[in-house]
Design a protein. Structure first.
Lengths: 148, 247
């Protein structure tokens, strides 16, 4: 049987840094990927979103100005993924932003939000106030009793 | 060696003016409020900030290039405005250069407009505005005007440094912070801050257009807000939520 080499503090630090690098690439890459906040193919704008994790729930918010409240839809598209869609009250073109060197119009908001911890999407409650969508998702819990 | 931050003057600066700063920060409150004042009061560009510390960006307006950090004025008001977030690692030299320049122009007072993030902003119809001051006499003046004071806590970001440098130079300075969303553009908070500014200074600024165009501003400001959020994270803006420990 081969004897396992005892890892030094430098090995541990190296592993930790590598893990951190991978995490940063995955997480920050997803959040701050240098992509436009619009898509002329789907005629969608990406809304600003937030995810807050508390002890009991995950709260997802999205800023949805210029939208018809009845058109706002939020649904789970996976265990850890929510999709938010909303139709705009009025279509927007690049001209409306003063941009004349691009062509395209936008009629809705659309984004996908990744939920970082397990939640019960069946029990999701949503509110729309001041054009901001707020979704509350209770966290799934695994309770463990401490043994004596 | 040239200075890292230069203020390039295009027109004479009015003497004894009040200077307002609207640099991108929480809810873009300062930027939205100051941009509205520039438009509403028809202020003219009198100077711009040039620095090799800033990213290589120009802003095009009517086909012509401009610095993203510009200074506007009329006879009694100077407005400093940035159309992009100031990178966290350059906030110090940039704000210091602006304060030095304002002092050299003998401004009467500087007013930084910003947001005070509140988690339940959706439930607040009329955002409250809080004030902070660079010295005791300005603080007293704010209290006499009926403004609620930020008595304890942390301020982080451009307006915090403006306040610090003004205090060092004994230049009267006020920070007006309106309750706002943290990272959603908040024109209603900007309107609340302007109302308080008019109460303090006697300036007349109509905010009805700002309220009317609120949704449009929120749409237009999404990308600046997103980039500003990245810089706020880098400058540890969330420390404003912390409970302070005073010894």
């Amino acid at each position: 049987m081969s004897r396992r080499r005892k890892r030094s503090i430098f090995d541990l630090m190296g592993e930790y840094m590598e893990d951190f690098r991978r995490w940063a690439e995955e997480t920050i890459g997803l959040v701050t990927a240098e992509q436009p906040s619009w898509n002329t193919g789907t005629c969608c704008l990406e809304p600003l979103c937030n995810v807050f994790v508390t002890i009991d729930e995950v709260v997802v918010t999205a800023d949805l100005p210029n939208t018809n409240p009845d058109s706002v839809r939020i649904k789970a598209t996976g265990e850890d993924l929510l999709e938010i869609r909303a139709e705009m009250k009025r279509k927007l073109r690049f001209d409306d932003f003063g941009i004349t060197h691009r062509r395209g119009e936008f009629s809705s908001f659309r984004c996908q939000v990744r939920i970082p911890v397990p939640v019960d999407t069946e029990k999701m409650k949503t509110y729309l106030k001041r054009g901001v969508l707020e979704a509350h998702l209770p966290r799934k819990r695994r309770q463990r009793r401490l043994s004596n | 060696m040239s200075e890292p931050v230069r203020i390039v003057e295009k027109e004479p600066t009015p003497p004894d003016a009040i200077a307002v700063q609207g640099l991108p920060d929480v809810g873009l409150v300062g930027l939205i409020a100051t941009a509205h004042m520039v438009s509403e009061l028809n202020l003219k560009e009198i100077a711009y900030v040039d620095s090799n510390l800033l990213p290589p960006i120009v802003v095009l307006h009517d086909g012509l290039p401009h610095s993203p950090l510009r200074i506007f004025a009329n006879k009694s008001l100077i407005a400093v405005i940035a159309e992009m977030p100031i990178p966290a690692d350059t906030v110090q030299p940039i704000t210091q250069a602006i304060v030095n320049w304002l002092q050299s122009k003998n401004v009467k007072m500087t007013i930084s407009i910003g947001g005070l993030p509140v988690p339940d902003r959706q439930n607040i119809k009329d955002p409250k505005v809080f004030g902070a001051a660079s010295n005791a006499s300005v603080l007293k003046m704010l209290q006499e005007k009926g403004l609620e004071i930020l008595t304890e806590g942390y301020m982080v970001g451009p307006q915090a440094l403006v306040m610090r440098y003004c205090a060092e130079k004994n230049l009267p300075a006020i920070a007006l912070l309106a309750q706002s969303f943290y990272n959603y553009p908040d024109p209603e908070a900007a309107a609340a801050a302007i109302k308080e500014l008019t109460n303090i200074t006697g300036l007349k600024v109509n905010v009805s257009q700002l309220i009317e165009k609120g949704e449009e501003i929120r749409l237009r400001a999404r990308d600046v807000m997103k980039r500003t959020q990245n810089e706020m994270t880098r400058m540890k803006k969330s420390q404003e939520y912390d409970l302070p420990l005073y010894v």
